[in-house]
Design a protein around this ligand. Structure first.
Ligand code: SAH
Length: 381
């Protein structure tokens, strides 16, 4: 069993005051819900399309805004349903423009989402679980116990809230001239998305739907530590770009960094990558490689990486290690990272070095939720 924690999401997340949330349902589920609500058979398609547009294309957080729907119906809908977002526990803005929101949808169910603006795009880094089961030894989220999988509502709400906060909806704020603040999504926040497959799939289906957010699947990247049996399914059923947290080229080293490797060793992982549905040059797999001084950063390992990647349309993302209190690793020296990148580049692989973003607000890779946990720990003392 790969799904370590079985969590059956409710079809409808309970919104405020016992209202049922309409957010996080697929189109088919929304239609079903509206039929239960009493919408006539012949109006179901139209009503579903209208609500969908308001919720996901225009960002309505309230039925009263829905001017294409009669006042009576708006009142009836709001007596039963809610479009409320999770509570925003904290907002932080880094000096480099990175933003981080800590969200809460139930007691103890807190998760973070991070917005990273760049010159030509804006990326939202989305969480899939509260905590994580993988215990990667260099990752701070790995030190937090898994609380549970996030529901489709909680995953989609991360995008809704970020767009609310950035005023990134058509006709208002930055969205008014047709440009978007959020152009890309990476499932690289807290948790292992392939251990929460069904909910992540539903959420990404909603997010990529052409009548709503309409974010192309080519702009969505799912990052996995290497849950091999789920990788083909991810390509077939979700169809987004894939990133692999490789981090080492030898099983002995990877066993220590990513303990999941003991279950699915490197050779099996690379085989799954080679067969990833839809893999081609335009849809290359990103291999993430955290640079740990003296652990995985030798030039011999860079050359072994080139060998491993043979035959796979790939790029490598070198991630300078983000230290956290108590971590047993150090970041590689900058010259070493550059020399490592050079080996890959010479072999024809794009290998950008990821600039650490939002370090001052602990929004960088592997640090999510550490700040709020710390604040609470100090409050307890
Ligand atoms: N579980 C998924 C999603 C997490 S993505 C996965 O493993 O891919 C977060 C990315 O940041 C992963 O590549 C992870 O290995 C990396 N990461 C975690 N902690 C880090 C740290 N302290 N410094 C740099 N990168 C880190």
């Amino acid at each position: 069993m790969d799904q370590i924690l079985e969590y059956e999401p409710p079809l409808n997340h309970d919104g405020e005051g016992g209202l049922v949330s309409l957010l996080g349902l697929t189109k088919a589920q929304l239609t079903e819900e509206l039929s239960r609500f009493g919408v006539e058979q012949k109006a179901l398609r139209m009503r579903t399309a209208q609500l969908w547009q308001w919720m996901y294309h225009r960002g309505a957080a309230d039925f009263t805004d829905m001017t294409t729907i009669s006042k009576d119906m708006r009142r009836e809908l709001s007596a039963v349903y809610s479009l409320a977002r999770p509570e925003i526990v904290s907002r932080q803005i880094s000096e480099d423009g990175t933003r981080k929101w800590l969200l809460r949808s139930a007691p103890g169910i807190e998760y973070e989402t991070v917005y990273i603006p760049e010159e030509s795009r804006g990326t939202l880094c989305v969480s899939s679980q509260v905590g994580c089961t993988l215990n990667c030894t260099f990752c701070h989220t790995g030190t937090q116990k898994l609380v549970r999988n996030l529901t489709p509502y909680e995953i989609v709400a991360q995008l809704l809230i970020a767009r609310d906060e950035l005023e990134d909806w058509p006709e208002i704020g930055v969205g008014a001239d047709g440009t978007r603040a959020i152009t890309n999504i990476v499932m690289m926040g807290m948790g292992e998305p392939l251990y929460n497959f069904d909910n992540v799939k539903t959420a990404l289906e909603i997010i990529s739907d052409g009548d709503g957010f309409a974010l192309s699947k080519r702009r969505i990247t799912l990052s996995t530590a290497g849950v091999v049996p789920m990788i083909p399914k991810c390509g077939e059923e979700i169809g987004v770009l894939l990133a692999i947290s490789l981090h080492a080229v030898r099983d002995e080293t990877r066993d220590k960094l990513v303990p999941l490797n003991k279950k699915y060793p490197i050779a099996e992982l690379m085989e799954a990558c080679r067969n990833y549905p839809g893999l081609r040059n335009a849809n290359r797999i990103t291999f993430e490689y955290v640079m740990l001084k003296g652990v995985n950063d030798s030039l011999a390992e860079a050359k072994e990486l080139v060998q491993l990647l043979k035959g796979i349309p790939a790029k490598v993302n070198l991630i300078p290690f983000n230290p956290w209190p108590g971590a047993q690793y150090e970041c590689s020296d900058w010259e070493q990272i550059e020399a490592f990148a050079e080996v890959l580049m010479k072999a024809g692989y794009a290998s950008p070095i990821r600039t650490p973003r939002g370090r001052d607000i602990l929004a960088a890779c592997g640090q999510l939720k550490s700040a709020s946990e710390k604040v609470r720990a100090s409050a307890r003392r």
